[in-house]
Design a protein around this ligand. Structure first.
Ligand code: ATP
Ligand code: MG
Length: 580
């Protein structure tokens, strides 16, 4: 392909709308453009990358014995009524009506539609297992679409579904996907980690997320430095080992705390440790307010609260609710005399007494609060995020925290969908049973962003060779010089004959512009030819992530093949996937 005839609108300036590196670089490299919030168009270079990711995923899904199908994006509301998700999925589900006033939605995921297909066809255990997948557009009306391809509203997902006759079969399906995902992310050339995860709105028995390790990740991963335990902090259990004390503390007193809003400020003013300050969080659980108490240095975990209370939704209460419940402005909520709301306290608070809390009055806190004596606690529970000070829940080792981008998620669903949708089959004994199901997603478009988050430099993208839009970019440094151009064209032909995916930068631009664009685009190998190199009888070569070499013009084909092999082998060897 020739640069001059391709639509690659690179930008010198970083567009103001982009917050994270991958979004900036994808825009600057002319790979994507925004249509409106959360909706992106893929331009030719971006689409090449997307297709490469997709084809690795397809190859490994096929290899694992899953068969590709293609389901509609528009889904009838009736199916979602059957599983109860029409009510429970929330606003991410974009619903609409057709001309006959029937309910429809845009598929955010396809458990219902796939199960509908299977229940209509499969009658006998002999037809199981059935393992299907698709690569398709999904739509989720995300509350905060952001970071470009990382959290779009429309995005591309590989979603797979398995139907098995028994638990052993379901476990095999899950394991097949776990191993396929390991191969996929290894081949994609990124550092990743599989972690135990919460099952979220998809539900089910257990699940693993595959995380690309990157600072810009929206997820925090907790892993043990001693054993193989790794989990999303949403899920990581906190060992409940606080020693319950029976000390008495003095009666509580009111302390003025004008303009003090943070735990840090209050602890400093009152000369106590942050662990002695209680944060009182007002939450809406299925639209009803509750209070959750955590230690000043801890963070409340909404997912754990949701599981604790078997709720459909949990969110931070908006200011007006906090003010109504506490009768005080934001920032002064406290559990003493807090009326009409259940109060849940984190286990860590059971271990001590003599706390500082908000006083439910402007500019006022209470000191010397004893939860047993002064507060009507509904229950103590694990309602916080694990920290690096907590022990590993499996082996007691040291926990480490790191950031990750969730690129894949596998779920063991059991009968969650087959039971309400009556996806049954006749087993060997001739009795009817529910199929056991699993579902397995990979965010194809998110992978593209995640790879860039993990690997880039000041100059631009550094694509792993397996997903780069081209393997090689060939720069004509003197496009107006016929001798140079003739030689470049010869090299171009040699590369094409070798089957190398090569982009020829034949534009009438200065060398500086060409080198800059080549770096920005992240193509693994850069070859450059100009008057000087021609005189020396060489082609200048640079690996995007490494060193420069000179290859002889004479017998270029052999020299190039050796060089390419070396660079690409080194690349693969330099990636050591962190596997949990
Ligand atoms: P998240 O917690 O990031 O919202 P999720 O748990 O909702 O993800 P799943 O329902 O498991 O995601 O979807 C499968 C995969 O689809 C995810 O692992 C992720 O890679 C991708 N994905 C999910 N939501 C988006 C989105 N809004 N934009 C791009 N990719 C997404
Ligand atoms: Mg989501």
């Amino acid at each position: 392909m020739r640069f001059s005839s391709m639509y690659i609108p690179t930008l010198k300036e970083t567009p103001a709308e982009a917050e994270v590196v991958s979004h900036k670089l994808l825009l600057r490299a002319g790979m994507i453009r925004k249509l409106t919030a959360g909706l992106y168009t893929y331009l030719p270079m971006g689409l090449r990358v997307l297709r490469k990711i997709a084809s690795i995923v397809r190859e490994e899904m096929d290899r694992a014995g899953f068969q590709e199908v293609l389901l509609p994006i528009v889904q009838p509301g009736d199916l979602w009524q059957e599983t109860g998700r029409w009510e429970h999925y929330g606003k991410e589900l974009l619903r609409f009506k057709d001309r006959n006033d029937r309910d429809y939605c845009l598929g955010p995921t396809h458990e219902e539609v796939m199960t509908d297909l299977v229940r209509g066809e499969v009658r006998s255990y002999r037809q199981l297992p059935l393992r299907l997948y698709q690569l398709h557009t999904k739509f989720r009306d995300e509350i905060r679409p952001r970071f470009g391809l990382m959290r779009g509203r429309e995005f591309i997902m590989k979603d797979a579904y398995s139907y098995d006759a028994d638990l052993k079969g379901a476990e095999t399906s899950y394991q097949l996907m776990y191993e396929a995902y390991q191969r996929i992310f290894t081949r994609l050339g990124v550092q990743f980690r599989a972690v135990e995860a919460d099952t979220g709105s998809i539900g089910g028995n257990f699940s693993h997320e595959f995380m690309v390790l990157a600072a810009a990740g929206e997820d925090t991963i907790a892993y043990c430095d001693h054993c193989s335990y790794a989990a999303n902090v949403e899920r990581a259990e906190v060992v409940h080992n606080a020693q319950i004390v029976h000390e008495t503390c003095p009666a509580y007193v009111e302390c003025p705390t004008p303009n003090m809003h943070t735990v840090h400020d209050i602890a400093k003013l009152l000369n106590v440790s942050e662990t002695q300050v209680i944060k009182t969080m007002l939450l809406l659980v299925d639209a009803k307010p509750i209070a959750v108490l955590v230690r000043g240095d801890h963070e409340v975990n909404l997912v754990k609260v949701q599981h604790l209370l078997h709720a459909n939704s949990v969110e931070l209460a908006p200011a007006e609710v906090v003010e109504k419940v506490t009768q005080a402005p934001l920032g002064f909520a406290g559990p003493v005399h807090l009326q009409n709301v259940p109060i849940y306290a984190d286990y860590a608070l059971q271990g001590s007494t003599d706390y500082v809390t908000g006083a439910n009055a402007k500019d006022l806190h209470l000191q010397h609060v004893d939860l047993e004596r002064d507060v009507n606690i509904t229950a103590y529970a694990d309602v916080r995020n694990i920290t690096s000070e907590d022990p590993c829940p499996r082996c007691g080792g040291k926990m480490m925290l790191t950031r990750g981008i969730e690129v894949g998620h596998i779920f063991m669903l059991g009968e969650k969908y087959s039971s309400p949708m009556q996806a049954t089959f006749l087993n060997e004994a001739g009795t009817s049973s529910n199929m056991l199901m699993g579902c397995y997603g990979i965010g194809i478009s998110r992978v593209m962003a995640a790879c860039i988050e993990q690997l880039h430099d000041d100059q631009g993208i550094i694509f792993p060779p397996s997903i780069a839009p081209f393997t090689c970019v060939l720069l004509n440094l003197d496009a107006s010089n016929p001798t140079v151009t003739e030689q470049v064209e010869q090299i171009y032909k040699i590369l094409q004959d070798l089957g190398v995916e090569v982009l020829l930068d034949d534009r009438d631009e200065r060398p500086g512009v060409k080198f800059k664009d080549a770096d920005l685009l992240g193509i693994p190998l850069q070859l450059a030819l100009g008057k000087k190199s021609l005189a020396k009888g060489i082609v200048e070569c640079k690996a995007r992530h490494g060193s420069k070499v000179e290859l002889p013009l004479a017998d270029f084909a052999t020299a190039f093949q050796d060089y390419q092999k070396q660079v690409i082998d080194n690349w693969t060897a330099s990636i050591k996937p962190a596997v949990g």
